[in-house]
Design a protein around this ligand. Structure first.
Ligand code: ADP
Length: 624
């Protein structure tokens, strides 16, 4: 066999260079994670080889899958080898020379947003490149089972790498790290040539890797090959045999998170369908949770063999932030994704899994509200989205919703709690949409409710009002927007009754003046100190919804507008005065428009003609 000795030198892609720079000049103190990253890559590569075992004659030749660590104190190197799937020449260029991985891309993005907070490395697990935190040179040799030749890749992390075709007998990948001086026994940082240290790191980060991680350990006279990890799949153990720490370690090592999980759900089902489940609710939502490139992370195993890295058919979309493992002996090893979709067992498992997660969330809400609120802050949007897109899940999800409320300052309320606090005779759930507590509490529409001390749910999230629309009611109690007409909060109404006929003509005139802007003009029963407010009609789009559609550049028309005027306000008397003097007065038209524009402003709407509006106000100021 002739060897093609041509050595190619290639430049890293710009984004990769940037990342390498960060690694090489890293001030990140947790450099030891490089080992976890390389072992995890090795384990993934073995998974892939094993996955093809049944169909690939080459792979069948060596089925003693293992990861081998070799520490060389003389050369100051550490080598991580696997007999996994390896890489072809082109794959090395594609996978190692460029950043195709969304995880790494996200890391760079996040790093920029967070003022280069290098601690984020742990969160994103930058994989192979993390080796440059400790290496002055990295040499990778690899061979894919299908290829005759192997590949040698080398880089000093300085912007370029060399790549060449080589003879290599065994399939798989070896990565040799030439340690920087500070990481050797002569250096003043961690000594990664210490067998003891390496062993400790494997236990810490890679204990549940499913393949033996072996290392030759020097003993007094001889050396001995030791298996460093325990390998027993944690999900096969009983819940009381696993400590919180072990769960956390397993989670962090397998699901690329640097935080402990918020909740661990570990259960098994022995019925028509048998399976073990181990799920984790993360502490924080990943930055890309709501972007289409977010991948669900349920690993599907059958008898300890990974059959699908990311099974999308277990969790409903709204729970896609949950991570974990489902292991069922009922799946055959080489089941395809398409077959899974129509698989009856999988459907049973999926249904049970959703139920188990929801049950846990309800339990958390009941027993540890503070923790549930922290969950809600991170993932509430997902739950709300689930309800919005599946109204049929109302019964399952409505009790998981939390809202801010006029009556609770520093925490949130469930709908059930709201209903419990309702005063006698109250038969609707009041809500109001707004940007924040302060803005809402200053709204004229809130005046009467505040006076009557009626509790109002505060909706700050854009989706909330649409969600309320989907819910329709809760425990047969309708939702009622404070920003819509007919609040039905009869004040001591007798006086108003008398006032109505007198005001009728004036209101009709004002409506006439505003005919292109409002659908009706009425006397308000709800206003206390404000002169007027704008509300929308009982049904249809609200003003807040209209604003959201506008922001999205969607032209779906405008909300119905009703101008409510406070009959007890001085401004109203003024209008009456002008009207009584001359019903056709031009001033009445001007004042009507001013009142409308001012009420729009309060709703956060821009007056149609701001310049004209401003000049009218200044005219008014000059007059007085
Ligand atoms: P990630 O592990 O997040 O995919 P890495 O930068 O660590 O990102 O690795 C990039 C790619 O290189 C991997 O997706 C894989 O295709 C390939 N790779 C890395 N290590 C190995 C290995 N030991 N064996 C085979 N392929 C590997």
């Amino acid at each position: 066999m002739t060897i093609n000795n041509k050595v190619e030198t290639k430049e890293f892609q710009a984004q990769t260079k940037q990342l390498l720079d960060l690694m090489v000049n890293s001030i990140y103190t947790n450099q030891e994670i490089f080992l976890r990253e390389l072992i995890s890559n090795a384990s993934d590569a073995i998974d892939k080889a094993k996955f093809r075992l049944l169909s690939d004659e080459e792979i069948k030749k060596d089925t003693d899958f293992e990861i081998y660590l070799d520490v060389n104190k003389e050369d100051n190197t550490i080598t991580i080898s696997d007999n996994g799937i390896g890489m072809t020449y082109q794959e090395v260029i594609d996978n190692i020379g460029t950043i195709a991985q969304s995880g790494t891309g996200n890391f760079l993005k996040k790093l920029k947003q967070n003022n280069e907070n290098i601690d984020l490395i742990g969160q994103f697990g930058v994989g192979f490149y993390s080796s440059f935190m400790v290496a002055k040179k990295v040499v990778l040799t690899t061979k894919a089972p299908s290829e005759d030749k192997g590949v040698r890749w080398e880089s000093e992390g300085d912007g370029s790498y060399t790549i060449e075709s080589i003879d290599k007998e065994k399939r798989g990948t070896s990565i040799t790290i030439h340690l920087r001086d500070e990481f050797t026994s002569d250096g003043d940082e961690v000594d990664f040539t210490s067998h003891y240290k390496i062993k400790e790191l494997v236990k810490k980060y890679s204990n549940y890797v499913r393949y033996p991680i072996k290392m030759e350990i020097p003993k007094e006279e001889d050396t001995e090959v030791e298996v460093l990890n325990s390998m027993t799949p944690i999900w096969k153990k009983k819940e009381d045999e696993v400590s919180d720490e072990e769960y956390s370690e397993f989670y962090k090592a397998n699901f690329r998170d640097w935080q402990d999980p918020l909740e661990v759900i570990h259960w098994s089902v022995e019925g028509l369908v048998k399976f073990n489940g181990l799920l984790f609710i993360p502490e924080s939502a990943p930055t890309n949770l709501y972007s289409p490139d977010f991948e669900t992370g349920i690993k599907l195993y059958s008898k300890d063999n990974l059959i699908l890295e990311k099974c999308e058919d277990i969790l409903p979309d709204y729970l896609k932030f949950v991570k974990g493992v489902i292991d069922s002996p009922d799946f055959s090893l080489n089941i395809s994704r398409e077959m899974l979709q129509s698989n009856k067992q999988l459907r049973v498992i999926a249904k049970n899994t959703e139920k188990v997660i929801l049950r846990r969330l309800k339990k958390l809400l009941k027993n540890d509200k503070e923790k549930y609120e922290s969950f809600w802050t991170q993932f509430g949007k997902a739950i709300k989205g689930g309800l919005y897109s599946n109204p049929g899940k109302k019964d399952k999800l409505e009790d998981l919703l939390l809202f801010s409320s006029s009556h609770i300052e520093d925490s949130l309320t469930t709908l059930a709690q709201y209903v419990e606090r309702m005063s006698d005779g109250q038969d609707v759930i009041y809500y109001v949409v707004g940007e924040n507590r302060k803005a809402i509490e200053n709204l004229p529409q809130m005046e009467l409710l505040q006076e009557k001390n009626l509790e109002v749910l505060y909706l700050f999230d854009e989706v909330d009002e649409f969600l309320i629309g989907v819910l329709g009611d809760y425990q047969e109690m309708k939702f009622k927007s404070v920003l819509r007409e007919d609040l039905n909060l009869a004040d001591d109404g007798s006086e108003d009754e008398e006032d109505e006929p007198k005001a009728k003509d004036l209101l009709a005139k004002i409506k006439d003046h505003l005919s292109d802007k409002v659908d009706d003009v009425r006397l308000s029963k709800r206003l206390k100190s404000s002169a007027a407010c704008l509300v929308s009609s009982e049904q249809g789009m609200s003003i807040a919804m209209e604003k959201i559609f506008k922001q999205m550049d969607q032209n779906v028309g405008a909300a119905n507008r009703i101008l409510e005027i406070n009959p007890k306000h001085k401004v109203f008397s003024k209008l009456e005065g002008i009207y009584n003097e001359n019903p056709e007065s031009k001033k009445l038209k001007e004042y009507s428009e001013l009142l409308y524009n001012l009420s729009s402003l309060v709703e956060g709407l821009t007056p149609e003609n701001p310049v004209e509006f401003a000049s009218k106000i200044t005219d008014l100021m000059a007059e007085n």
